[in-house]
Design a protein around this ligand. Structure first.
Ligand code: COA
Ligand code: MG
Length: 295
């Protein structure tokens, strides 16, 4: 999955519009983009929207519901409203550690049982750097739950938790605290054997800024990026799709190792040294390519 588009759960117009955005996944939001007085409406609209998609479409975008954080006391009410509509996953904001994911997983299991859904059929995605404590615990997700699919990070809520004035320097780059949060998300996800998804780029009219951030994210090992506006989906999909050249190179490496057999150690390709880490990289790239119908 390359693009994850946030859609406020109470907005019928945006929910409708999100379907033509080309996003691989929709993050139907019940949290920060929904006013307190609208939570009930958002829950109902989100459930109705997912139910309708399930009835109508084959091969539409993945449908993930962002619930309210465990600390809000509203998470279970969110799950009670939406789980029976069979979302593909639940996004947990302000996750503070792997224990929060375990806690959510148990709450989801109850709702799955009530709705006749197999236990564990619904995935979990976690936003792990929205609080200082969460950021310090980014290493705690390995083995937390077989449901856990991705870790992602957030800069805006972390800014609020830390009381920083701004999270970017004069040149527009994230300051050290936020680069740290980004980095521990990559490390935490890799250590847990799952994917890392880059955070939103809030300046949704700045296409060049978004493209630069996507390019840096691909370079550093993120497999996708969250979006807040439909216009951000195309650049994200484009930049996170492996290029034909990269796919051809990865296939060559895989073929080379296949020909060399089980015992292959170091090999050479077009004048460059190739060994096991390159094979692993190539296989990862081909997995990403296959997931979007290439390779
Ligand atoms: N999903 C679906 N449709 C969206 C959308 C989104 N995230 N963001 C904008 N649109 C739609 C608008 O409704 C509008 O459609 P319309 O002309 O048919 O009414 C069109 O795209 C163009 O929108 P635009 O006028 O450029 O933006 P806006 O000022 O209406 O909205 C935001 C700006 C930021 C409020 C809006 O993009 C948004 O709600 N984003 C998601 C916010 C969110 O979920 N945040 C939580 C995670 S950080
Ligand atoms: Mg938030």
């Amino acid at each position: 999955m390359r693009s994850y588009l946030f859609v406020p759960g109470d907005s019928e117009r945006k929910l409708e519009k999100s379907l033509t955005s080309g996003a691989d996944c929709l993050l139907i939001d019940l949290e920060d983009s929904v006013a307190r007085s609208q939570k009930g409406v958002a829950r109902e609209r989100a459930a109705e929207f997912i139910r309708r998609q399930r009835a109508e479409s084959k091969g539409g975008p993945g449908l993930i519901v962002r619930v309210n954080p465990l600390s809000s006391g509203q998470t279970d009410e969110d799950l009670a409203a939406v789980m029976a509509s069979r979302p593909d996953g639940v996004l947990l904001p302000k996750s503070e550690s792997g224990v929060d994911v375990q806690h959510l997983s148990v709450m989801m299991a109850v709702r799955e049982a009530e709705a006749g859904i197999g236990e564990g059929d619904t995935d979990i995605h976690a936003l792990v750097t929205e609080t200082a404590a969460g950021t310090l615990n980014a290493a705690s997700y390995a083995g937390a739950s077989p449901r856990l699919r991705t870790l992602s990070w957030g800069a805006e809520d972390l800014s609020a938790d830390l009381g920083v004035e701004t999270n970017r320097d004069g040149a527009g780059n994230y300051t050290d605290l936020f680069r740290y949060a980004r980095t521990v998300t990559l490390l935490g996800a890799a250590a847990a054997g799952i994917s890392a998804v880059d955070t939103v780029f809030v300046d949704f009219r700045d296409q060049k800024g978004l493209e630069d951030e996507c390019t840096a994210a691909v370079r550093d090992g993120f497999t996708g990026k969250m979006a807040i506006h439909p216009n951000q989906v195309e650049p994200i999909n484009r930049i996170f799709t492996p290029t034909a050249t990269a796919i051809a190179w990865a296939k060559k490496i895989v073929d080379l190792f296949a020909e060399a057999g089980e015992d292959a150690g170091v090999l050479s390709l077009d004048g460059k040294m190739i060994d096991r880490p390159h094979l692993k990289q190539a296989e990862r790239l081909l997995d990403r390519a296959r997931s979007v119908g290439l390779a």
